[in-house]
Design a protein around this ligand. Structure first.
Ligand code: GDP
Length: 304
């Protein structure tokens, strides 16, 4: 997805071969290529600026590693900085000391939240957990049904505010905060150790949506708030991520549609701008197209 970066660097590095130490001009030429490649990959401008400044500073700095040639040295620096931006180590779910662990999902409509809810629940079930899905997206008429379908596929029960669903909390119908709280109560009474709460998304960021998400967050006090974002949205990722970060103070990011022809800049932009780690990647429409996000692997993919 970042093919252009490695291709461009290869060309630049050819000129560096055989040099013992990088001159300022060599470093600047390389950094220029990195800057162009990142911009082409849709990484946000301020992120590109900060990233390249750091790489330049380190490349010119005193870190001379005798075992590496100059080109290798820059690749090493770029790799380390990419890993750092993407969150360093793979970040695991923060499990509650007193179950249930509560995970809330937030993001724009169409980002892939409902699909992710199914994927995450299936993955957790495979790890020996007993999850409950809670349908607190009452905005889109089909969202509850869609979560029920995903839950069925994952073999995970869904708490939904529908008449006819056997529950003592049917009075919660219509109010997403009440539904989320009722779902949590249901999880406790049925001894589920993880609760995944799907919330409403809109096509654009709007104040009402954000308030609703913030109200749900305040009511259920989640252990994780995962911001689900479509990797294809490019430069828009930054504004969206900032708005959700201010609105719900999310704890981690899930990138979806990484199977598409996304140029991947969203990953770097969101992680860098918000300082929150990318935790999972969604790579297709099937419930198994889901993986833990590994910053080091993503960095290698960018540089390969
Ligand atoms: P929500 O509005 O955020 O709940 O989004 P949905 O879960 O309904 O997903 C929107 C569309 O994107 C659906 O057609 C999904 O099948 C599709 N989708 C979700 N995740 C992925 C993914 O990782 N890759 C691809 N190719 N499609 C996805």
């Amino acid at each position: 997805m970042f093919n252009s970066l490695s291709d461009r660097l290869t060309a630049t590095f050819k000129n560096l071969r055989g040099k013992g130490r990088l001159s300022e001009a060599d470093v600047d030429a390389t950094v220029r290529e990195i800057r162009r490649a990142l911009l082409d990959a849709d990484v946000a401008v301020p992120v590109v600026r900060e990233f390249t400044a750091k790489v330049r500073e380190r490349a010119l700095g005193s870190e001379v590693n005798e075992a590496l040639n100059p080109a290798q040295q820059i690749v090493k620096i770029v790799n380390e900085e990419l890993v750092a931006i993407l969150g360093g180590e793979t970040r695991r779910i923060n499990l509650a000391k007193n179950p249930p662990t509560v995970i809330m999902l937030a993001g724009l409509q169409g980002a892939g939240k409902t699909t992710l809810a199914g994927k995450l629940s299936k993955w957790l079930k495979g790890q020996g957990h007993s999850p409950l899905l809670v349908a607190a997206d009452l905005q889109r008429p089909n969202a509850v049904k869609q979560l029920q379908v995903n839950g069925e596929r994952a073999g995970v029960p869904v708490f939904a505010p529908h008449p006819g669903v056997s529950s003592e909390f049917e009075s919660a119908t219509g109010d997403p905060v009440a539904v989320a709280l009722a779902g949590l109560a249901e999880a406790k009474s049925k001894l589920h150790d993880v609760v995944i709460v799907d919330t409403a998304g809109r096509l654009g960021i709007d104040a009402e949506l954000m308030k609703q998400a913030a109200d749900i967050r305040a009511a259920i006090n989640p252990d994780e708030v995962l911001f689900v974002i479509d990797a294809m949205i490019g430069q828009d990722a930054v504004n969206t991520a900032q708005a959700f970060n201010e609105g719900v103070n999310f704890t981690g990011v899930v990138l979806t549609k990484l199977d598409g022809d996304a140029r991947g800049g969203a990953a770097l932009s969101v992680a860098s701008i918000t300082g929150k780690p990318v935790m999972f990647a969604s790579t297709g429409e099937s419930l198994d197209d889901f993986e833990l996000f590994h910053p080091d692997r993503m960095a290698s993919r960018i540089l390969d």
